[in-house]
Design a binder for this molecule. Structure first.
Ligand SMILES: Cc1cc2nc3c(=O)[nH]c(=O)nc-3n(C[C@H](O)[C@H](O)[C@H](O)COP(=O)(O)OP(=O)(O)OC[C@H]3O[C@@H](n4cnc5c(N)ncnc54)[C@H](O)[C@@H]3O)c2cc1C
Length: 562
């Protein structure tokens, strides 16, 4: 018989996920857990079964845009892949958005929602992208208090009925930039015939990922407004008329992207698209901020989900793949390689779900002032730290499959291609590092992070965990001392080191949360695995602060071209 390698397979993705299961067991009250567990189990079954098989089978399916109908009418219809068509009713009925807004379990509703999203994401071909924007738009509209738009859009955005449910896009990026949106070129002209807040938008949106959505939130400059961010306003757009035709919006083309290839990311021309000003005619960037906080949280959740999926596949394969006379799982070096990845994933998961927890408390009106500062600092930190980990872990996961990891119809290369977007969209690593500095300059003291790390690491139950706790604490103290020196050295020094600061804080927090989880696991069920992950994370490097940032000449180093 010729030899054929057995491909990796997945089981129920909730049942098999030790980290998620122990996390919800630790954090949720027993009655809440009892109530939500069937939904997690059901999602885990779908994600590890039918949806995963479809994703692999449809590895090369992509959306397409149909610009004209048979009779020459411009229609710009986007046809999404069969998997995406199936995902929409699933996501709506299972309450991927609704769960957060029904708030059946108060502050734990966000944990429930994001646990569902985390389970679904890795088998969805990045369907989490339109879901994230729908969630972000719901939060943003509710925060504006615009009753008319809330009454029209929120019941649809948060519906569990696929016939009624809407998704939303977020159109910020223009050819002028996605980070520096203050220089956006889209102009808003009043349309008094349609109402006092009615406008027509003219411009180009350069990246719009949820182009099949019924609505979008976008930025434009009302005519006569000054340049800069404060001159932009937040607008609500319904994309299609009752007959389903786009309203003065043309799809120029779909982007040909490295990854997220099932996501129909389009370039749009707005040629008088009807829009409504949501919240006055200024401060659009400020008013759209809740959207970014939510989508950045989604980004971190999806980074953790992608790492977990890669590891689930790699671990299964390691049991099946025989090399040099034994399964890879029995080779000490391969086991060590996977354990290091597991540590990255566990840290990322715990950091991310701490943000989720705080978001849930915030929406339930239970956040303390200290936790408010923590949430504002942790959101960019979690997004940027987990985005980078997602790419690094996916790359190692592909290597763990050898040549098969590089072959498209195994479904494996998607893991890396889809991970690479995580540090780019919703704010790049640098942009989020600068965002952290902004939060710090507005009262976000690093003392809050120090306090959180201290509280988590005090629970350490043995010498190994205590040592990990010390590493986390000393990294945060080092970061805080650096930030104080950098402030004195001037804004350029602070900015230049912002990424090292943010990554150090992110990794130190991950380690602290791992110590806390490990101490609980040891005490509760004698499980030593989280403690092993804490030790692995501690030794792969937590502190990337560079003290000689302030030595004479250090700031000119980066200016040399070669
Ligand atoms: C697949 C995909 C889908 C997308 N979908 C959407 C969407 O639906 N809606 C939407 O609005 N946008 C979307 N985007 C756009 C995305 O949000 C932007 O590409 C991203 O925010 C970066 O902006 P940019 O491309 O202008 O890069 P730039 O801002 O030009 O960044 C280039 C580099 O400069 C760095 N940089 C920028 N400013 C600074 C600074 N001050 N200091 C230090 N470094 C800096 C960045 O970190 C980056 O490394 C999508 C992008 C992708 C890839």
């Amino acid at each position: 018989m010729p030899f054929f390698q057995t491909p990796p397979s997945l089981g129920n993705q909730y049942a098999n996920d030790r980290v998620l299961r122990t996390y919800v067991a630790r954090k949720l009250p027993a009655d809440v857990l009892r109530d939500i567990e069937p939904s997690l189990d059901e999602m885990g079954e779908l994600a590890g079964g039918r949806l995963y098989r479809r994703l692999v089978e449809e590895y090369d399916h992509e959306p397409r845009v149909v610009p004209w109908d048979a009779w020459g009418q411009r229609i710009d219809r986007i046809e999404v892949t069969p998997l995406w068509q199936e995902l929409f009713p699933i996501a709506v009925q299972k309450g991927i958005i609704a769960t957060a807004y029904e708030r059946k379990h108060g502050r734990f509703s966000r944990t429930h929602q994001f646990a569902l999203a985390y389970l679904l994401d890795a088998s969805s071909g990045v369907f989490s992208c339109p879901m994230a924007m729908t969630d972000g738009a719901s939060r943003t509209l509710l925060d504006t208090g615009n009753r008319a738009i809330i009454d029209r859009a929120i019941p649809r955005l948060t519906s569990r009925d696929p016939a009624r449910a809407w998704t939303s896009g977020q159109w910020m990026t223009e050819r002028t930039g996605g980070s520096d949106v203050a220089i956006s070129e889209t102009v808003a002209r009043p349309d008094p015939t349609a109402g006092p807040d009615a406008f027509r938008l003219y411009g180009t949106k350069w990246f719009t990922s949820a182009t099949t959505s019924e609505m979008a939130l976008t930025l434009a400059r009302p005519e006569g407004n000054p340049p800069g961010g404060s001159g932009l306003a937040l607008f609500y757009v319904e994309l299609r008329d009752d007959a389903g035709r786009l309203r003065n919006i043309a799809i120029n083309r779909l982007k040909d992207k490295l990854g997220t290839r099932m996501v129909p990311t389009a370039e749009l021309t707005l040629d008088g698209a009807p829009a409504i000003a949501v919240s006055g005619l200024r401060d659009g960037i400020k008013n759209i901020t809740p959207m970014l906080s939510v989508t950045r949280t989604w980004n971190a959740v999806c980074a953790a989900a992608g790492m977990r999926r890669g590891l689930a596949l790699a671990r299964d394969y390691a049991k099946k793949r025989i090399a040099f006379g034994a399964p890879l799982a029995d080779k000490p070096l391969h086991a060590d390689t996977l354990a290091a990845l597991q540590a990255e994933y566990e840290g990322a998961f715990l950091l991310t779900f701490r943000v989720v927890e705080l978001l849930g408390k915030d929406e339930a009106g239970e956040l303390t002032e200290r936790e408010g500062h923590l949430l504002r600092m942790l959101t960019p930190i979690a997004k940027l730290t987990t985005g980078k980990q997602g790419v690094a872990v996916a790359s190692e996961v592909l290597e763990a499959f050898g040549g098969a990891g590089y072959v498209e119809d195994t479904g494996l290369p998607r893991l890396l291609r889809d991970a690479q977007v995580l540090p780019i969209w919703e704010g790049t690593t640098n942009v989020l590092s600068l965002d952290l500095l902004r939060v710090m300059s507005r009262g976000g003291s690093l003392a809050v992070i120090e306090e959180e790390v201290r509280a988590c690491t005090e629970t350490a139950t043995d010498d190994g965990l205590r040592r990990c706790g010390e590493i986390a604490r000393s990294a945060v103290a080092h970061a805080r001392a650096w930030a104080e020196n950098a402030r004195e050295a001037g804004p350029a020094a602070l900015e230049a080191g912002a990424r090292r600061l943010a990554m150090t804080l992110g990794r130190a927090m991950e380690l602290a949360f791992l110590v806390e989880h490990a101490a609980w696991a040891q005490k509760t069920n004698g499980d030593a695995r989280p403690a092993a992950s804490a030790r692995f994370l501690a030794r792969t490097g937590i502190d990337s602060i560079v003290d000689d940032d302030f030595m004479p000449g250090a700031s000119t180093l980066a200016r040399y071209d070669e």
